[in-house]
Design a protein around this ligand. Structure first.
Ligand SMILES: CC(C)(COP(=O)(O)OP(=O)(O)OC[C@H]1O[C@@H](n2cnc3c(N)ncnc32)[C@H](O)[C@@H]1OP(=O)(O)O)[C@@H](O)C(=O)NCCC(=O)NCCS
Length: 170
């Protein structure tokens, strides 16, 4: 397993978020953001941690304490049901080394240790082979396809994957 460490989102992570704001990467998440939107997102990540509503992490690998990617999960309503949603990205020069699956598995362990029991969903676009592969490698189950409104009016055609944190009851 690739050696990764996760660090809770902190004041120092604005640059990490700016490095992730590339067309190639943000196309998967609703489009590139203006710098004010990136700063607002950074503030939101800090606030969600304080409120216990969302948990973003810096992904670190040996020799790169500044971070090479982002992984996180947050609470949302799925057709009236409370669920957890997760998301991730790895900077382009570090891809293809298994960093994202290792980070997602580490994040699921953190969520479980934190006492979270709701199902964790992920919604990669159906054409995002790399991210669908991450879901599979991290142990998610494919539920089917789903049109997903990432920002108002911006609908992506995605797969709905789920990972059950709570053991199944007999
Ligand atoms: C999806 C993403 C996080 C995967 O991260 P990663 O650390 O490269 O993950 P892996 O190393 O397991 O590679 C995943 C797949 O990427 C592909 N891949 C392999 N090498 C690659 C490379 N050098 N560059 C790009 N993709 C590569 C392969 O299909 C691989 O799957 P496989 O191992 O089954 O062949 C990363 O590609 C990314 O940040 N993409 C843009 C943002 C995004 O799509 N986020 C998810 C939104 S739902």
């Amino acid at each position: 397993m690739t050696d990764v460490a996760l660090q809770p989102w902190s004041d120092d992570d604005l640059d990490l978020l700016r490095r992730a704001n590339t067309p190639e990467l943000m196309d998967q998440m609703g489009g590139v953001e203006a710098d004010e939107q990136v700063i607002a997102r950074h503030e939101r990540y800090l606030r969600l941690w304080r409120e216990g509503a969302g948990f973003q992490f810096r992904i670190m690998i040996p020799g790169h304490p500044e971070g090479v990617g982002i992984v996180g999960y947050w609470h949302r309503d799925e057709d009236g049901e409370p669920v957890l949603e997760s998301g991730w990205s790895v900077e382009s020069e570090y891809r293809g080394q298994g960093i994202a699956p290792a980070a997602v598995i580490a994040m699921l362990e953190v969520a479980r240790a934190h006492g979270d029991t709701l199902p964790v969903h992920a919604y990669p676009r159906v054409d995002n082979a790399a991210s669908n592969a991450v879901c599979r490698k991290a142990g998610f189950t494919l539920l089917g396809e789903k049109d997903f409104e990432v920002t108002p009016g911006n609908v992506l055609h995605t797969n709905d994957w789920v990972y059950e944190l709570a053991p199944a009851t007999a």
